[in-house]
Design a protein around this ligand. Structure first.
Ligand SMILES: C[S@@+](CC[C@H](N)C(=O)[O-])C[C@H]1O[C@@H](n2cnc3c(N)ncnc32)[C@H](O)[C@@H]1O
Length: 203
């Protein structure tokens, strides 16, 4: 087992974290998590570390957020924003088992709704599969301090089903560049079709 990033380990093509719940190695499936897919596809900048304060937009039932919770550990935390009440039914019990995860029923388009959590965030991770993905991220990075990071998963088909994915990515990235430095773009094939993960830094 080789350590690839803080709290992330690799054995051939398999990734692992150490579970917040029981301290054992826990396999991280790249077909179910875009962050794991990006790591296996050679992500170079991994701003989520032990002790990081993470704002996670689009937490769903908490699968990837739980691996982020493993990585940040007891000194860090993950604020999990999710718009769907149905998804919250599974997210809340998960957060009860993991003291470093906080469930927030909210709309990532309206960061004012969860502003009490925005004060000291190190990294924003966004995976909301909405047409205005870049714009949503920019609304949230307004609250981020200079030099801190944002990771954005862009699903081309959520932005525009008819357009070439390459064109969609270019347009979304151009929008991000209004306020962020785009540091890295990782294609998520073969784990996810027509998706990229973009690493940005607040200017
Ligand atoms: C692709 S899923 C996220 C999967 C999750 N990130 C993971 O890897 O485990 C997208 C989620 O974003 C949520 N979502 C969509 N629009 C949202 C918004 N405006 N604010 C917050 N969550 C939103 C959806 O309800 C859905 O649960």
């Amino acid at each position: 087992m080789k350590r690839v990033f803080d709290g992330v380990f690799r054995d051939k093509n398999r990734l692992f974290t150490i579970s917040f719940e029981n301290g054992e190695y826990r396999e991280w499936n790249p077909y179910h998590s875009k962050l794991a897919a990006a790591i296996l596809n050679g992500l170079k900048t991994m701003p989520i570390k032990k002790g990081s304060h993470v704002l996670y937009l689009g937490a769903a039932q908490g699968n990837t957020p739980s691996f982020v919770s493993d990585i940040v550990g007891k000194q860090g935390y993950v604020i999990c924003v999710e718009i769907s009440e149905k998804a919250m039914e599974e997210l809340i019990p998960l957060c009860e088992r993991r003291e470093n995860m906080v469930p927030v029923l909210g709309d990532a388009n309206k960061p004012e709704g969860y502003s009490e959590y925005l004060e000291d965030i190190d990294v924003i991770y966004q995976d909301v599969a909405q047409p205005n993905q870049a714009r949503i991220l920019l609304k949230n990075t307004k609250y981020l301090k200079k030099g801190r990071y944002a990771l954005l998963c862009i699903k081309a088909r959520s932005v525009d089903v008819a357009k070439q994915p390459k064109k969609v990515f270019e347009e979304q990235i151009k929008e991000l560049e209004k306020a962020l430095q785009v540091m890295e773009i990782v294609n998520l094939e073969p784990f996810e079709k027509d998706h990229v993960l973009v690493v940005c830094r607040k200017l």
